[in-house]
Write a protein that binds this ligand. Structure first.
Ligand code: CAA
Length: 702
């Protein structure tokens, strides 16, 4: 087998070239290859310095995650790093793309690092539930100091080459071709007789912090909100403390111990699952990867309200010209003003340059004339959620758009097939369910209609990535996948308070599972009136033999719509967003229970979790058996990225697996017996998996 790493020479400079595309992950063969090639360079008397460089789109993006959990194979990354650091000739990393995780740790073992200006470096292991386990926690603080190292490793966010230079992570920025520049830099290092810098020997950035252990406790407190529930950040902070206070070798030993603790924690399994499933979601089994794509050079948006404006920003920011159509000049001006305001706020926060804002705004054109959409490659409709309105819009689009234009609807509740069938080109129609705020939320449900053409889907799935979204394909059903699963969760939350739990108790149980907030806090934040109006509209369809909780209606009848009215499920003091339990709400709940003949009792947190989430898992199974989602893992991607399910649990379906599907089915049967009726009908798929001792992960492999 040929090695993915090769050694060559340019004059007196040895070049270790890593070619393990797509991301040059540090697999066993790569580790072996680097070690062999560095040794070859070291042994070659004609070589004065050695460069390590990656082929393709990036330097090394880290350890090979697919090797995790398998028996370790020599050489370890530690051994490779030791070889590099102990080499008696300058070893220099030449970085482009991303040097991440073990990739950056390899670079930190080099005596010098150079990079192109577009390169990024970081230690993102925390996102996988682990910590930099190849010396990163010990070397990075020695280069950038305690605070910066803590920030980089607990957020996992990479930094750009310019900042890396200022912080001392890299030593030199190369203009033009990386290899040419790196060779010139290596020759300079040799010519100037620069020392062999071993990062482990550096002292000046860590010495001032020695003995000052308050730093770590203060840091823990300052990030507590962001890191709540996560295991690895605390371990990283402990490692940095050791980097400061212990000799390097001892710190490294502690890093190793904590790395193993993280790696064997269920959180690492959940977060690594999240990493791979996000990428799997983009692959659609019946759509070949080489499906020819349609052009997507110009986009039209119908409607410049909150949704339309947010959607437009995604394209404008990605450099794709957008034409936004609104019927009145006034609405258009208002909408464009909001877009501008959103960009300006991001510039003010320092997260966007003025130049980039100007470029994005320059990509947006407003119009009130449908004819201006005649040359766009895709139109996304974001108008009022009413079928008649949608039909009218699509009829106009059918008239003006050129053949082949993708016609997308941003509906969150209407039947995409019905919208498609109202046009002469249903194959070009697709649903694009953006989540609000559409310029921020990464999730995008791509709704596949019965007649949507495969090349439309392939084009749209590719597009999701290019505008920075995570696209998940779903089928046409009420609420699609995400909102459909919200149904049983909210229903049970409402029933539970009728039966004796308080909103605060339900919210606390959900919060403790790791979600950002429980259903009642969420409802107060979003506005209770929205759901109320929808429920009122559907009152005529309600069945008398099916349980219905009217507590939410009673709250809204008081005018208590949530945070915006200072009262909702909770009461809010002036200027505060902190929900306080409201005795009057609790009285309304008791009254409603009494009038509806529901006995109140003590309810355990365990029951809250089971009823809210086992019912959700059951709904997920129904979604799968109906083919509305391709994989259980796709459902998890939706719930992680659109609904704040804790990523370290993988998602509701993986969580169901860890709870044990047989156990889930047992409990569902229990609730079915207690609450007869349609709500607790158990999915046949779930019953089958449970009886075969299988998991949703097994189902995905079937
Ligand atoms: N190991 C194995 N496979 C990896 C990988 C890794 N570290 N990183 C990416 N891949 C795979 C992806 O799964 C994907 O595979 P498919 O095409 O089959 O889906 C492929 O490489 C391309 O990845 P992306 O689609 O993500 O490509 P991108 O260009 O959008 O992003 C990237 C590239 C920024 C490097 C991104 O892949 C990424 O963030 N990778 C993970 C980086 C990371 O977490 N590194 C730390 C690893 S842990 C470690 O190093 C521990 C240690 O201390 C030793």
């Amino acid at each position: 087998m040929t090695s993915p790493v090769s050694f060559s020479k340019r004059g007196a400079i040895g070049i270790v070239n890593v070619n393990n595309q797509p991301v040059n992950a540090l697999s066993q063969a790569v580790r072996q290859g680097i070690q062999d090639c560095v040794n070859e360079g070291a042994a070659d008397a004609a070589v004065t310095a050695i460069i390590i460089i990656g082929e393709g789109r990036t330097y090394m993006a880290g350890a090979d995650i697919t090797e995790f959990g398998k028996p370790p194979m020599d050489p370890s990354l530690h051994a490779v790093i030791e070889t590099i650091e102990d080499t008696k000739k300058p070893v220099i990393s030449a970085i482009h793309g991303t040097a991440l995780g073990g990739g950056l740790e390899t670079a930190l073992a080099c005596h010098y690092r150079c990079a192109v200006a577009s390169a990024k470096v970081g230690l993102p292991e925390v996102n996988l539930g682990i910590l930099p386990g190849a010396g990163g926690t010990q070397r990075l603080p020695r280069l950038v100091g305690v605070e910066k190292a803590l920030d980089m490793m607990t957020t996992g966010k990479p930094i750009g080459a310019k900042e890396a230079l200022a912080q001392g992570v890299i030593d030199h920025i190369v203009d033009g071709d990386l290899l040419d520049g790196a060779v010139a830099y290596a020759e300079q290092v040799v010519a100037e007789g620069k020392p062999l810098v071993r990062v482990q020997d550096l002292e000046d950035k860590v010495a001032p912090a020695r003995g000052n252990d308050d730093i770590y406790e203060n840091y823990r407190k300052s990030v507590a909100r962001r890191t709540r529930g996560f295991f690895a950040p605390d371990q990283i902070i402990d490692c940095v403390k050791d980097a400061v206070n212990l000799p390097f070798a001892e710190g490294l030993k502690m890093e190793r111990e904590r790395f193993v603790k993280c790696m064997t924690s269920p959180q690492a399994a959940g977060l690594m699952y999240a990493f791979f499933t996000e990428r799997a979601a983009n692959k659609i089994p019946d759509i070949p990867r080489d499906t020819p794509l349609r052009d997507l050079n110009k986009v039209g948006i119908i409607g410049c309200g909150t949704m339309g404006g947010g959607i437009a920003m995604n394209f404008a920011s990605a450099g794709i010209p957008v034409t936004i159509l609104e019927m009145s000049e006034e609405a258009l001006d208002r909408g464009l003003g909001i877009i501008k305001g959103n960009y300006a706020a991001t510039v003010k926060k320092g997260r966007l340059s003025q130049d980039r804002m100007d470029a994005a705004m320059g990509n947006i054109t407003g119009t009130s004339n449908y004819e201006d959409l005649s040359d766009v490659d895709m139109v996304i409709e974001a108008v009022f959620e009413e079928m008649d309105v949608k039909h009218k819009v699509f009829a106009r689009l059918d008239e003006v758009c050129k053949p082949g234009t993708i016609l997308a609807t941003n509906t969150s509740g209407l039947d995409v097939n019905e919208i498609a069938d109202g046009t002469s080109r249903p194959g070009d129609v697709v649903g694009l369910h953006f989540f609000s705020p559409a310029n921020v939320m990464r999730l995008l449900e791509v709704v596949r209609g019965a007649k949507t053409e495969k090349d439309v889907l392939a084009t749209v799935m590719k597009m999701t990535k290019s505008i920075g979204k995570i696209g998940v394909m779903v089928g046409v059903c009420e609420g699609f996948v995400g909102n459909r699963m919200l149904g049983p969760y909210l229903r049970e939350a409402n029933f539970l308070i009728e039966e004796g739990a308080t909103p605060a108790q339900v919210d606390a149980a959900v919060f403790n599972l790791g979600l950002a907030m429980g259903p009642f806090t969420m409802s107060d934040l979003a506005g209770n009136d929205v759901g109320w109006r929808i429920r009122k509209g559907k009152a005529g369809e309600r069945r008398n033999d099916v349980r219905y909780s009217d507590v939410g209606d009673r709250i809204c009848e008081q005018g208590w719509f949530g945070q915006k009215t200072k009262r909702g499920w909770y009461i809010y003091e002036e200027g505060s967003r902190t929900p306080k339990p409201d005795p009057e709400v609790e009285a309304i709940i008791r009254q409603s229970a009494k009038e509806n003949g529901i006995a109140q009792r003590d309810i355990s947190d365990q029951e809250i979790i089971e009823r809210c989430f086992y019912s959700m898992v059951n709904e997920g199974a129904k979604i799968l058996e109906e083919g509305m989602a391709i994989r259980a893992s796709d459902i998890d991607v939706i719930w992680l990225n659109g609904y704040g399910f804790p990523s370290y649990r993988g998602g509701p379906m993986m969580w169901g697996d860890t709870e044990g599907l047989a156990n889930v089915v047992d409990r569902l049967k229990h609730y079915q017996a207690e609450h007869p009726g349609p709500f607790w009908e158990i999915s046949p798929l779930l019953i089958r998996l449970a009886s075969e001792g299988k998991t949703f992960a097994d189902y995905d492999k079937e």
